[in-house]
Design a protein around this ligand. Sequence first.
Ligand SMILES: [Zn+2]
Length: 248
Amino acid sequence: MSPRKVCVVLHDVSPATWGACKRLLDAVDGFGRIPVTLLVVPEYHHRASIGASPEFVHAIERRLALGDEVAMHGYFHRDEAGLKSWSPADRFRRTIWTAREGEFSALDATAAAQRLAHGLSQFDRLGWKVAGFVPPAWLLGPGGRTALAASGFRYTSTRTHLVTLPDGRSYASPSLVWSVRSHLRRRLSATFNTYLRHRLRNSPLMRLGLHAADAAHPDAMRFWLGTLRECLDSRLPVTKSEWLGLSP
Ligand SMILES: [Zn+2]
């Protein structure tokens, strides 16, 4: 029987968040060589192009050489589409719940395809191979889904599933994830993630969905490092591509 696995995934990787990302990655590296799936945002909040920072490029290339994987994570990581024709539930999801970070929730197929292509060309220019696309806040609307199916990406993920493309084969595997925007959210995150970790203790795959913002919160950091330590007792660390059997 193949051993159980753990995927360490770092969301919101960009030159703009690199200080926080580095704190998290340094802590993960303290356990030895853990291959991490880095969810990189090509132009985070319109203010940080991935190719414009030599220090960032060098740091990512060093990690790729050691076995990390880069996946594309939105383009601007901002949901700037209008809210007018949306239902109250969808508005709640796009505003209060995800702080308007769900960039691919409301884009039409043309706009989504353009952003996917722009992102891919940036990764191409850097020579970084990319198999996965993970929409910010895991929100992918109908336009985004259509564009993604035709984009050449080989996998995507939702909060609860990994999905290979273009066949759409889906593997249930809920991600642990914290919301750190308020004290209350962190308390709820601690309780819910502790429960989820226990529920998934015998699952084939444990997904640890770290976010750059978690680095500023000692309670989140303690949770992640404790969880990773526990996982490494019985699980092999792999990237998402490795778990899905996709060659880089
Ligand atoms: Zn994100």
